[in-house]
Design a protein around this ligand. Structure first.
Ligand code: ZN
Ligand code: ZN
Length: 365
């Protein structure tokens, strides 16, 4: 196993986890997990991982791609159903106890697998690969860093173009185009631009509503670079800052600062969430912050760990998470401030650096 063969290193870690769980193998059906463990980027592929060998089952459309992308695994080109092929293979190899990814396995597929696996004992598992994915290696961190840089540079280029009269959709389109021009494969997720009172909707798709002078505009956006993502949120003000936001903005910023201050390897995810949430409670905004504080970002925009109330996951150096407290006043407006950070042994390193200063875009910009 070459050191540069990252998928092989990851599979070796997974095998150690399987041993702890007393499993002889794992059937990996989550497409992102398959990518992580092999490098194969096709949509049709599942993986049978066991100590003896790893088998990638795909169909003829992807055979050539799989050979090129995942040279270190054995390829099985199926002619019949995925689960039928996997079940028969597991049976033929004499696997005793096979783990399945219960969250990624429709009941019909499970039945199909069971019907074809004969005496193989199927065990439900959850999060075995996701837990490995939560801690990023150097190449992953580099890809996320690039995804963040692209998103921020595109945003910086957009800000001077913002004008009253521009629609939310037009602003979103310009931002998306800016990211693609800078090397993104596309936006990490549908870009959110929410103006004025619409900023109180945490996940508002952009509409034809026009930006007005003297109002807030919330942007939540990110880029996809290769297979990796970035995710951040900023609130800007067109020419003038409304009174409501002069009050809300510093409160949310302070909540974020408190959460970042608690972020460090060894702390629980719930403790970091509580740092922001307790502060917002103390400012009487407990009910106005409904979502969790943050989430992991990597092959997916939302992945482990979740920085949620009571979450007991211990943070580890190498995790990449968002820290995004928000206060939303229905019908009036909302503020969310989101940064992407790398957890370190001593604290964290921010992967995003777009200004968070409360200031209006000057009319002359
Ligand atoms: Zn976001
Ligand atoms: Zn987010």
């Amino acid at each position: 196993m070459k050191r540069s063969d990252r998928p092989a290193v990851r599979r070796a870690k997974l095998l150690r986890a399987l041993k702890r769980e007393k499993l002889d193998g794992l059937l990996v059906t989550n497409v992102h997990n398959v990518r992580y463990l092999t490098g194969f980027t096709g949509d049709d592929g599942i993986l049978l991982v066991r100590p003896e060998e790893t088998v990638l089952i795909t169909d003829s459309r992807y055979a050539e791609q799989a050979e090129g992308e995942a040279p270190s695994v054995r390829l099985v080109v199926r002619r019949r159903g995925l689960m039928l092929t996997a079940g028969r293979l597991a049976r033929r190899e004499g696997i005793g106890r096979l783990g399945v990814e219960a969250r990624e396995m429709p009941l019909a597929s499970f039945d199909d697998l069971k019907a074809n696996a004969g005496p193989v004992e199927l065990r439900r598992t959850a999060g075995l690969v996701e837990r490995l994915r939560a801690v990023k290696d150097a190449t992953e961190i580099e890809a996320i860093r690039r995804a963040a840089r692209i998103a921020e540079e595109a945003f910086e280029a957009l800000v001077p173009q913002l004008r009253p009269g521009m629609t939310e959709m037009e602003a979103a389109r310009r931002l998306d185009r800016g990211m693609e021009d800078r090397g993104a494969a596309g936006p990490a997720f549908p870009t959110i631009v929410a103006a004025g009172e619409r900023s109180s909707l945490p996940h508002a798709p952009p509409t034809g509503r026009r930006l007005k002078r003297g109002e807030a505009v919330l942007f939540d956006w990110g880029a996809r670079f290769g297979l990796y993502h970035s995710d951040l949120t900023r609130v800007l003000f067109l020419y003038r800052i409304p009174k409501l936001f002069r009050r809300l903005y510093p409160i949310v910023l302070e909540a974020q600062k408190r959460a970042l201050g608690r972020l460090k390897a060894g702390r629980t995810a719930g403790a970091v969430d509580a740092a922001a949430r307790d502060y917002l409670k103390s400012r009487r905004h407990r009910k106005h912050f409904g979502h969790s504080l943050g989430h992991g970002v990597g092959l997916e925009v939302h992945e482990a760990p979740s920085l949620a109330p009571g979450a007991e996951t211990k943070l580890k150096a190498g995790m990449v998470v968002t820290v995004e407290p928000g206060v939303y006043l229905p019908g009036r407006g909302g503020v969310r401030i989101e940064d992407l950070v790398l957890v370190t042994r001593r604290g964290y390193e921010s992967l995003t650096s777009t200004s968070k200063r409360l200031e209006a875009i000057p009319a002359s910009a």
